[in-house]
Design a protein around this ligand. Structure first.
Ligand code: SF4
Ligand code: SF4
Length: 374
């Protein structure tokens, strides 16, 4: 896989009226382009070819259990934060056939996806950090996943700094945003009159060579810095430190777990929208004539009743134990397994939880309220 190199920013300036030239350069380089458009009332990544397909002046309101887009008279294209979909489905497919079997003659054939080179426009820093976590799990753990790798190798990433934070964002406290601080092919920072643009890889540089960027002015660089500082300062939520989160293991009997269980519906929305969650299940589907079968992988969730089933026994038989598994694994167990917490502060699980359960508030309550032997 071609890795995007992490380099210092040396941006040039692209006036707003010339933004289409960047998209043309990406498409001419052989990529299909996925960009943020409004679909079903939310920002979603869809195939685009034209900057006019991007919505000007759109902002978002994201609170526990609430997501609303708002139209303003502004000119900016990226003043929202993110929709429900991160990069996860682009590499780790929600549902796919892994291999097929034939009975006569007996054969097993891996079914790899047929993937086009794909550029994704407007990727936020929290989602880049989540992709790095998924890469570590699917590519660098023992035995790289070939299906994930096929898709990941074809991904061209165009990141963008967040100039504002949504109410549910807390990436500053996890160190994953709000400005792009992970490897990208091209990075963007949107200003009032255009974009600061920099390359982060040879592939990104090859695209930018086709575009005549102006030199960035000191004032523009200062505005970029100011916007990132502003977005970080807007964040009201935060997670405790990684070290403090390890103490969740000492609080497994805390009364607050029951309080959460009484609100949690066990719907699994939080794991579906989470850009780092990677649990899956596989099914062996046999054809009606019994001559062939396929092995299918689909996303699973630690909130599904069957997820902890072993030999017919459900290890986690109630919602309390499932939520506790999700939170302690994400915020403590991953530190031991992955070297960092499994949360990048995107806030999606807060926004898209139908009852507004908020992992920052729940972990605070469990860590800091009551005594250890509650
Ligand atoms: S746990 Fe929640 S806030 Fe953290 S990365 Fe997943 S969805 Fe985002
Ligand atoms: S925490 Fe919210 S989103 Fe997650 S399973 Fe419970 S009700 Fe659903």
């Amino acid at each position: 896989m071609q890795q995007s190199a992490k380099i210092e920013r040396q941006p040039g300036f692209l006036p707003r009226a010339d933004f289409q030239r960047l998209l043309d350069g990406v498409v001419k380089s052989g990529y299909q382009l996925l960009g943020p458009v409004v679909k079903d009332g939310a920002i979603q990544l869809m195939e685009i070819s034209d900057a006019t397909q991007l919505v000007k002046g759109l902002t978002n309101e994201q609170q526990p259990g609430r997501y609303r887009l708002q139209q303003t008279a502004g000119e900016r294209l990226f003043d929202w934060n993110h929709g429900p979909q991160g990069l996860k489905p682009l590499c780790f497919a929600p549902h796919e056939v892994l291999w097929v079997e034939q009975k006569d003659p007996l054969s097993f054939t891996t079914r790899l996806p047929d993937v086009k080179p794909t550029a994704v426009l407007g990727v936020r820093s929290c989602d880049l950090a989540a992709l790095a976590i998924q890469d570590r799990h699917f590519l660098h753990a023992a035995g790289a996943d070939p299906h994930y790798r096929e898709r990941r190798e074809q991904l061209f990433l165009i990141g963008i700094d967040c100039a504002h934070s949504a109410e549910s964002c807390f990436c500053a406290s996890t160190g994953d945003g709000p400005s792009v601080n992970q490897a990208v092919d091209i990075g963007l920072s949107e200003l009032d009159d255009g974009f600061l643009v920099w390359s982060g890889s040879d592939r990104g540089e090859a695209v930018l060579q086709q575009i005549d960027l102006a030199a960035a002015q000191t004032q523009q660089l200062e505005q970029m810095e100011h916007q990132s500082d502003q977005a970080a300062q807007e964040q009201q939520r935060k997670l405790p430190s990684a070290e403090e989160l390890m103490r969740l293991y000492q609080r497994l009997e805390h009364a607050h777990w029951q309080q959460i269980a009484e609100r949690c519906l066990g719907c699994g929305n939080c794991t579906a929208v989470c850009p780092t969650c990677f649990c899956y299940d596989t099914q062996h589907e046999v054809s009606l004539d019994g001559l062939s079968a396929q092995n299918v992988r689909q996303w699973d969730s630690c909130f599904s009743a069957s997820h902890s089933s072993m030999g017919g026994f459900k290890v986690r038989g109630n919602i309390l134990s499932r939520y506790r598994q999700w939170l302690t694994h994400k915020l403590a167990g991953w530190q031991e397994q992955q070297g960092r917490i499994g949360c990048t502060g995107c806030g999606r699980c807060i926004t898209w939880c139908p009852v507004g359960i908020d992992l920052t508030k729940e972990s605070d309550a469990i860590l800091w309220e009551g005594s250890l032997d509650e």
